[in-house]
Design a binder for this molecule. Structure first.
Ligand SMILES: [Zn+2]
Length: 230
């Protein structure tokens, strides 16, 4: 029986992508016809993880997890140094009972609470300006008067983000969790808060076992990883 990957392309076909709303679409064929060159399709979170494993924050790791916090939550898990292609996205694990509807059709998914897209939407609503760019949101958060207006949103966001990281780290016995995606642009606002929250919710043994690192290759990791695939 063929196994259908949620958001994970196989044989050039996206079987089901919640964020792109692309189902059973053979992207390789479509692009190949346009540019007349060989085209290979790979999940972007996995590519970013491959790059961090080769050159970045997961280089020295044996059991390492890459989480790309962006539009959704991309995931790449390495066990004993090897990419586990069958471990699927952390973004669609349920973390809230009767929670918000996710684009995948389930309720309470991790990425419905902890993606950067969700955070930015909440911040735009609070600042009452749906046209704010990511850069403008960041500028507002760097202003001490403005950030006080959204501290409750940041607190709740970090709480959900930390739950998923703690769960994934525990399940995979991770020595390192590497955080990438567009989260990187907001690291000065979010990373210290995240470390404090993980410190609060994880037990000493877990904290000792797992280092939390930022992606060294930033938001370019996906492109770099794509060049490393044979
Ligand atoms: Zn989902």
């Amino acid at each position: 029986m063929e196994f259908l990957f949620l958001g994970r392309p196989k044989n050039g076909t996206i079987y089901y992508s919640p964020n792109l709303q692309a189902n059973e679409l053979n992207i390789e064929e479509i692009i190949k016809e346009k540019i007349h060159k060989d085209v290979y399709l790979k999940n972007d979170g996995m590519c970013a993880g491959i790059a961090e494993k080769a050159y970045g924050s997961l280089k020295e790791s044996s059991n390492g997890i890459f989480l790309g916090i962006g539009t959704g939550i991309g995931t790449a898990v390495f066990m004993h140094g090897k990419l586990e292609e069958d471990i699927r996205s952390a973004g669609h694990m349920i973390i809230e009972k009767n929670g918000k509807r996710c684009n995948c059709g389930k309720n309470g998914c991790y990425e419905a609470y902890a993606s950067m897209k969700v955070l930015k939407t909440q911040l735009r609503n609070r600042f009452q300006n749906e046209n704010l760019s990511s850069k403008e949101i960041l500028t507002l958060l760097q202003n001490s008067n403005e950030i006080t207006k959204v501290e409750d949103i940041l607190k709740e966001y970090i709480e959900y983000l930390a739950i998923g990281i703690a769960n994934m780290a525990r399940i995979c016995s991770a020595d390192t969790v590497c955080i990438g995606g567009s989260f990187i642009y907001f690291k000065d606002i979010l990373f210290e808060r995240l470390i404090k929250e993980l410190d609060r919710i994880m037990v000493p043994m877990e904290k000792e076992m797992t280092k939390i690192k930022l992606a060294t290759l930033g938001n370019d990791a996906g492109m770099i990883g794509a060049t490393l695939i044979n």
